[in-house]
Ligand binder design. Sequence first.
Ligand SMILES: Nc1ncnc2c1ncn2[C@@H]1O[C@H](COP(=O)(O)OP(=O)(O)OP(=O)(O)O)[C@@H](O)[C@H]1O
Length: 394
Amino acid sequence: MAQENVNVVARIRPLSNESNDGTCIETDPISSTITLTTNQKQFNMDKVFEQNATQEEIFGYVQPLIATVINGIHGTIFAYGQTGSGKTHTMIGSDENHGIIPRAIEMIFIALNEESEKRNDNFKFKISCTALQIYCEKTYDLLNGNEKIEIPISDIFKNAKEVEVKSSDECMEILKCGLEQRKVSGTSMNETSSRSHAILTLTLKTEYFKENKKHERISRLNMVDLAGSESRKHTNNNKTQNFEASNINKSLLTLGKVIREIINPTQNQVISYRSSKLTMILRDSLGGNSKTTVIVNIHSNSKHATETSSTLDFAVNVKNVKNTAILQEFITSKETLALMQYCTPAFFHSQICIKTVTEVQRLGEENDKLKIELAKEKKINRITNKVCKFRLLF
Ligand SMILES: Nc1ncnc2c1ncn2[C@@H]1O[C@H](COP(=O)(O)OP(=O)(O)OP(=O)(O)O)[C@@H](O)[C@H]1O
């Protein structure tokens, strides 16, 4: 269970023609460095994608993370950056030019269907999805058809509507319907500006038998399209948009604060995950049990130099966050499976049961070891008795 840093990749969007002020950065893709030309400050990333990078190239970079989710490890990909920097373009894209989410869904279905064909009947899988939005510090379920019902944050994934999907097309159809409920509005910075953070989660359950043992894996892939930070200087917002922007900025500031707390812990400090809905949901992805990639989207026009600088500061900080991703596998022996027949299916699938099963399995294994030791001891006793009898004869 090795610790691993959050992986951070920068994607520079093409310069917009809002002004002819040129760019505020220089990039070196070989050393993955971005230099802010206003103060020559250098920022080191794990990878830098320049303006002409395609959606395929970006997806190619996150493919290994998706492969690990397919193999039973939790994963998170999230896009961070100022408004209009290309987060939704990167995560969702358009019908003609798919972003990470539709490509990831397709990859997962292809991989699991192939595995299923390869192993004949000895491989089953189930995929389900949830879609949430955090709008003005309230969490809503994008799949329940009623955007007005706020869902309680305590155990959010249990409270969210989870829909089982049988194909990538079905999954995309459902998520698209959900995303249509998302709060979006036209601002002076972006005609289709997201006013909420969207969190789409796929849960993958796979099972197969090996050496009379059932191997079950349950992993989650969180794909997050954050709302973008906004500077009042560059927007011409109405009252509602200003209220939304201040909530977005507040939750992004909390995200930054939590990250600074994780990387610079002080004695007895409790990380303030609970200070915002976003950090509560991303808790496992930042300093927890997940493999995480953050894509920082950069709007490099010179007039956005201050926002670009703060995005790059965020990138450098989040790169120092360490996660410990653990294989989410439950192995059950034939004996335990037999025992489980006495449980109701609901009980069987509950967390409690999984814990009980793991405990029963652990005790079973301990029992097997004890039996072997006992057998060895009996054998030694028999030999000792024989030696004693033999000695008595002489
Ligand atoms: N790499 C890119 N190549 C081509 N067009 C891009 C790229 N990145 C962004 N755009 C375009 O810029 C506009 C704004 O992008 P997008 O909506 O993805 O920004 P955003 O960061 O999600 O903004 P917000 O935070 O306001 O929702 C869109 O029209 C999008 O198509």
